[in-house]
Design a protein around this ligand. Sequence first.
Ligand SMILES: [Zn+2]
Length: 418
Amino acid sequence: MALDTLQRPKRKNPILRTRLPTLPPAARSRVALGLTAAAARGRFELQVCRDCGAVQYPPREVCHACLSERLVWRAQDGRGELLTESVLRHAQELFFRERVPWRVGIVRLDAGVNVIAYVHANVATAPVRVRVTAALDRAGQAVLVAVAAEGRTDLSDDAKLREMTCDPRFRKVLVTDGKSPVGQAVVRALAAAGADQLWVGEAEPWKTFAGFAALGDLPQVAIVPLDVTNGRSVRELAGEIGAKVDIVVNTADCHRTFGIAARRGIETAQLEMDVNYFGLLRLAQEFAPLLKARAADGRAGAIAWVNLLSIFALSNYPPHGTYSASKAAALSLSQALRAELRQAGLRVINLFPGPIDDDWDQLELPPKLSPDAVAAAVVAALKGSVEDVYPGDVAQDWLARHLDNSKALERELSEQAP
Ligand SMILES: [Zn+2]
């Protein structure tokens, strides 16, 4: 199969009925979900036996070599040899039948196991060296993909595998807050990545923000009024553009730092909740049904929802106690949104950056993420096949500590109480 470059999608014929979405089969055993949990973070992991070192595939309860139950998930480099391949031209499942032919093969990993994987169009005919990666299919489950051992390995270079990405090229995107440094950086990065249309929300038109007016010079950008703390504002914008949006990137964020005792009253905390939690809820209520209705239009349809959360959503960081709480609430709601949108094959991507180099994190010690780094992570997540993104060293460090022992992380962070 030849490589196929992404083309601008044809305009949809408004007379044709919108297809109902079909999804690949999603049932997995609990142990097999370990593969999905790693793929959601962009990693290919397999179980390894702590007693004899044997690598396991498919995922299982006990070691295939020594029957030990001490199996742990470990990152794999995926290097191996494509032994044999085949092109599937028939399928029982509707999702696969709509999309035949599929190129699949058996890869002998250097780690010692054979896996079945989709084969990227950039891979030469078997036998050949390849690298196996894990990706999320449209049902949000892990699948394995064999890509060329060297050179470009973008899933979006292959017409079939592209469906596992949410490439913003030729897409119509709503960025909910374009005024913040992160919002501006996200708009510029999406424009550079080839987005066709960018609606950029402006909450308080009477306030000026450095750099915001210049966004209007980008040919793809239309500034639109959007205040996520106002239900009517969200509803009016959804009525105007909701039926055209392919990707929502929710950059609306309210961060006023401080712990519990530092301020009297709850007004500041309420404002954080109103933007970070209720703002997401208002957006989801108005825009999610419209996105779901257009999810089956493929390349000309709705595809993804991105939330700018915070690493503080995983565990409360006392100097930013109320902000952490609002982001934890938003994380929980995003999981509900993900469950609802996944039924239509739409992907919800959450970003968990550490402290960002802006006004509200000025007391944090470096390293801090630049707004451009956050924006690059948004674009990379859309072009790839992931659900959860932890950009930067601080976020990676917190995640590792959280996965290792979430209670220990809570105690470590409590040492930072204001
Ligand atoms: Zn073993």
